[in-house]
Write a new protein. Sequence first.
Length: 614
Amino acid sequence: MSKTQAFKTESQKLLHLMTHSIYTQKEIFLRELISNASDAIDKRHFLSLTDEKVPSDTYQIKITADKEKRTLTITDNGIGFTEEELIQNLGTIAQSGSKAFIEKLDQNDTNIIGQFGVGFYSAFMVSDKVEVRTRSPFSPEGFIWSSDGVSEFTVDLFEKDSIGTEITLYLKEDIEDEEGNESFSEYLETYELRSLIKKYSDYVRYPIYLSEDLEKPVNQMTPLWQRSKADITEEALNGFYKHQFNDFEDPMKVIHMSVEGMLTFNSLLFIPKKPAYNFYSETYEKGLQLYSKGVFIQDKNKDLIGDHFKFVKGVVDSSDLSLNISRELLQQDRQLKKIASSIEKKIKSELQNWLENDRDKYIEFYDTYKTSLKYGIYQNFGLHKELLQDLILFKTNLSDDYISFKEYLDRKKTDQKDIYYATGKSKQAILNLPQMGILKEKGFEVLLLTEEVDEFMIQVMGTYNEVPFKSIQSADLDLVDEDKKKDIEKKSESNKSLLEAMKEALGDKVKEVRLSKRLKDAPVCLVSGEGLSLEMEKVLKNVPNADQVKAERILELNPDHEIFQVLQSKVDDKDALKSYATLLYHQALLIEGLPIEDPTEYIQVLNDWMVHQK
């Protein structure tokens, strides 16, 4: 009763696509066949609970290699196939709907994981011929399906007593030509089979045996992440992490997730004690390991974790994912986005809890990964501001201990309208700023921003809980009362010619020279106008082709300092006033940590001044 059916032209094209293009690695074939075997056992087990025609069994998958015959056989005691099912399932690509199937492929509409007859054809990547011997509990007879995967397949009767499926691959001969070597014999080696099973199918729920050892399964079967938290020891978690992610140290933190409902998945997430050596380089690849029903899909799925949490490593296992035909690439579907969102919220919650209940451990984490959190706020125009802002800490002029934005607001003075911050290379450099004098006098707390990303982050945030951020180095800082303002305005008017002369002496080095409302003890300071700040200028100067980047500069003079009195006495001496203006401007540059623009000019003026003092 042998039946031979020819593949149609469209089907031949599809088969060629599946065996040559869809899969990027030939070794994937073993994962596909094992996954199909597992799916078949799942179906038999389910039916055995409700249908007396389907007996239960001790389920297993067995793999046998025969080097002499060059065959590899995968055997399962799953549900098997009737003749009709065999033709329908393994003949999927031979049906008249092949064209529609190809169109679905083009539209990425391929939610067909586990459908025997699709991944099955990956076997032809390594085989010249494939035979399938099978028997269903709903058929008194067994059948054999055979094909070379090129033009046709045959179906015939076959005596088989047990229920299940046996797939035999007749492996291709090894290739050695000018284009390189390609070995198929390796799939007959026990060490290679064991390695591939551990890599891709270690957590398939049924035991997988190699014929050489039918006592001990190759796979672990039950993944660590599918066990309850109470059943997992810290030692087991640490051992799993170090083995799975090639680390020598225990993780800093472990996050165990088990989500059920509209979306079901399990996850084990880890925060490494130290970042990878290339963590801050372009070569670093973020991502979580992805499994579907215990089957390994991807090593680093980037869509599951945002850049702000890219330091997190871990595994995610879900049976709800829509995978494409090869199980290698994920469609951008809602399930994946929901999983990513759930993971993000869980990480945020765990870090927040850490911050509130184990401050020392959180600070250890924060000192290691703070830059990622800050860049997370800055990137995408503050898209993740609400998620991350309460995880950010800063030191201040009043304390060596870290505080959060919330803690800053909780202890700020009642008459304080803004959140004050200052930027610089170090805490001491910021404390030395002349602008700090009036803040210290008023007892205002100032956030100390010492990382390059800090001010960019603050600028993107704009406010925290509707309270604006204010740089003490910006031109519009206003800390004096109305009487002081009127006094400054009066002095500015009476010294208008002096200020104009100094502006003329400095030329386009500054936008304006004015009297300061912020200086207490220092004679001079440099502040930025609208737009780019002085600190941002320093950062951007390090970027290639950014030589023309320059902040708007305003030179402020302290009208209460004795040096200002000297300047007043030189208002009619243009040469002397120019020398003083140059010296004060460069003094202000040095205080801000900015380079002297014209060292020769500065040294000449300084030398002339010293000679004049003889």
